[in-house]
Design a protein around this ligand. Structure first.
Ligand SMILES: C[S@@+](CC[C@H](N)C(=O)[O-])C[C@H]1O[C@@H](n2cnc3c(N)ncnc32)[C@H](O)[C@@H]1O
Length: 256
């Protein structure tokens, strides 16, 4: 079993380690990548890969809204006593049931993988993970969906429901100051407010993960691009351990 070693009261002790994978995908789905379409080869989803990790975690929680996906996963690994599969909204399940049980003071630890397509996550999940002192987190920060849905060049045209969704994801309305700032070059009619680029938005979110959620180590995220070279996500690690930052910086540096 994968236990985290730590020193408590002068002794080295092992802490149970839990993997929480949110947003699962049916492992047999064929991804829409040209190389895969050409070969027709099927690619394993992250749950299947996570279950092969050695040494294993003590417990696995997989969560998705889509019953078809969780049913499929149940049919492949639901028999395992260390695997729990939940169908439903991860925001409710995590903030009300699972995350409150994982705390530094309870001597357990978790790695949480958050992979939403878009703005489906609530800030409360990231806040609780950060404040627990016991949960490290990978997050696919969905910048393309953010730009499509909420951060338009003409901010006043964005429908209120999308603005509200953005605020739920970000945690408060401070994203507005990040997204729209004065242009350094004065226009013909004085100062101009311009929409900021992806890197500025990701940098501001990184500061939030550190300063508001309370993660001690948040390395610079890795931009994940589509075949047109457009950034779809920024892959973040947020951790409480400096060694995690070091490992991720080593890995990310190979792909920058
Ligand atoms: C990008 S896919 C995840 C892919 C997965 N990480 C993999 O590698 O197989 C996003 C998933 O998020 C799920 N989803 C969207 N909103 C959700 C929510 N509020 N709670 C739980 N799952 C959600 C969707 O059903 C979809 O399956």
């Amino acid at each position: 079993m994968c236990h985290v070693k730590t020193v408590y009261a002068g002794k080295e002790v092992s802490l149970p380690n839990i993997l929480i994978a949110l947003f699962v995908r049916c492992p047999s789905v064929i991804l829409e990548r040209p190389c895969v379409e050409k070969t027709g080869k099927q690619i394993e989803g992250s749950p299947t890969r996570a279950l092969k990790v050695s040494p294993p975690f003590d417990r696995y929680h997989f969560i998705d809204l889509d019953k078809g996906k969780t049913d499929f996963l149940r049919s492949t690994c639901g028999h395992r006593s260390d695997v729990q599969i939940h169908t439903g909204d991860c925001n409710d399940f995590l903030t009300k049931e699972l995350l409150p049980t994982i705390q530094y003071k309870h001597f357990n630890r978790a790695l949480c993988l958050l992979d939403p397509y878009g703005l489906h996550l609530d800030w409360e999940v990231m806040l609780q993970a950060g404040q627990s002192g016991a949960v490290d987190m990978f997050l696919n920060f969905p910048v393309m969906d953010i730009n499509r849905n909420a951060m338009w060049k003409t901010s006043e045209k964005v429908p209120k429901a999308r603005v509200d969704r953005m605020t739920k994801f970000w945690g408060d309305e401070s994203w507005r100051q990040v997204a729209y700032a004065e242009s350094p070059q004065a226009g013909l009619f004085g100062t101009e407010i311009v929409k900021q680029g992806n890197d500025e938005i990701a940098a501001a979110f990184r500061e939030r993960l550190k300063n508001v959620a309370g993660f001690r180590f948040v390395p610079k995220p890795l931009p994940m691009r589509n075949s047109n070279n457009a950034v779809v996500y920024y892959l973040f690690l947020a951790s409480h351990k400096s060694v995690a930052e070091k490992i991720i910086n080593d890995i990310f540096s190979k792909y920058r």
